[in-house]
Write a protein that binds this ligand. Structure first.
Ligand code: NAD
Ligand code: UDP
Length: 311
């Protein structure tokens, strides 16, 4: 098949490209390199079945493809808040452009949605039928509301124009190829620990997240793409929940770091808890994560060690 991966030079997108190439598909990675890098896909450039297109999805583009994994969007709060208007444009105009393409060429399209559509959830753990608790005017809303509108667009193109769609809601995912300046918690803590610098916990560290290793997500996404008669949305995440304080302690232990923990101000609208209910993914996709935090950190720490040495 000919498959388009938007955001293909990003952290998750590049892992997805690897697996799709491995399976023998023709893969087109499309990226504007806002947070992605050529480094993430350098090893694929000489593959006969890989193509790279520099393009910004807020502008229309026409490509002949069978499937679209729509992953282009900055995902770290630091990056998506850098230019919030651009983040909304990416989610709204970018998704309309991709849906327009999917409609014209009759491609199946997957939207990389997010647990952020649940906002600061009042239901715990979060199931797909929960409508969320999102501040529409806060600093996170360019991303949260952008992704919610993107889901709406997916559903409306499906209902109105019969576009073949899939929606996955991704929970906090980490692994090699996250950028050094990504700013999300796992990469920040590992980098700080490796440099024996203070580990910066925002708030008192009692807020929770459930961390998924990238390979598990890629497997779940590909299963979803192959599944007929199920459009989702479906949660893809690891249900093992950790407080941010316990994550800091775990990273310090696994890196053997001398770092001390420091507490900083909690950002506005930071969700207090987050844990996926993955019963639907288990039932529909026969999928569940296989890599727990200790093992995932073991696979991720050497990548950051290498990156820091290269600097
Ligand atoms: P990332 O920032 O590494 O990747 C995003 C990629 O999209 C980058 O390569 C970036 O350059 C590209 N991009 C951004 N705006 C673009 C535009 N206008 N046109 C073309 N390319 C553009 O982030 P990631 O963690 O790999 O996230 C990938 C997708 O998964 C995003 O849609 C994100 O919202 C979603 N997601 C990720 C997580 C997570 O924990 N990593 C959780 C939920 C959802
Ligand atoms: N966080 C932290 N220190 C950091 C980066 C993040 O304590 O250096 C906290 C952040 O406030 C949030 C959690 O870790 O409570 C997860 O943050 P991240 O940006 O990784 O993802 P999100 O908030 O989007 O889930």
């Amino acid at each position: 098949m000919r498959i388009l991966v938007t955001g293909g030079a990003g952290f998750i997108g590049s892992h997805l490209c690897d697996k799709l190439i491995e399976q023998g598909h023709d893969v087109i990675a499309l990226d504007n390199f806002f947070t992605g890098s050529k480094e993430n896909i350098r090893h694929l450039i000489d593959h006969w079945n890989f193509e790279l297109v520099r393009h910004d999805i807020t502008e229309p583009i026409m490509l002949e493809v069978d499937q679209i994994y729509h992953f282009a969007c900055p995902a770290s709060p630091v990056h998506y808040q850098y230019n919030p208007v651009k983040t909304i444009k990416t989610n709204v105009m970018g998704t309309i452009n991709m849906l327009g393409m999917a409609k014209r060429v009759r491609a199946r399209m997957m939207q990389a949605s997010t647990s952020e559509v649940y906002g600061d959830p009042q239901i715990h753990p979060q199931k797909e039928d929960y409508w969320g608790h999102v501040n529409p005017i806060g600093v996170r809303s360019c991303y949260d509301e952008g992704k919610r509108v993107a889901e709406t667009l997916m559903m409306d193109y499906h209902r109105q124009s019969k576009v073949d769609i899939k929606i996955i809601r991704i929970f906090n995912t980490y692994g090699p190829r996250m950028a050094l300046n990504d700013g999300r918690v796992v990469s920040n803590f590992i980098i700080q620990a490796l440099q024996n610098k203070p580990i910066t916990i925002y708030g008192d560290g009692s807020q929770s997240r459930s961390f998924q290793y990238v390979d598990d997500l890629v497997e779940g996404s590909m299963r979803m793409m192959q599944k007929d008669d199920f459009i989702g949305p479906v949660n893809l995440g690891n249900p093992n929940e950790f407080t941010i304080l316990s994550l800091a302690e775990q990273v310090i232990e696994q890196t053997g770091s001398r770092s001390k923990i420091v507490f900083k101000e909690l950002p506005q609208d930071d969700p207090t808890q987050r844990q996926p209910d993955i019963s639907l993914a288990r039932e529909q996709l026969n999928w569940q994560p296989t890599i727990e935090l200790i093992e995932g950190l073991q696979k991720t720490i050497p990548y950051f060690e290498r990156k820091l040495q290269e600097q």
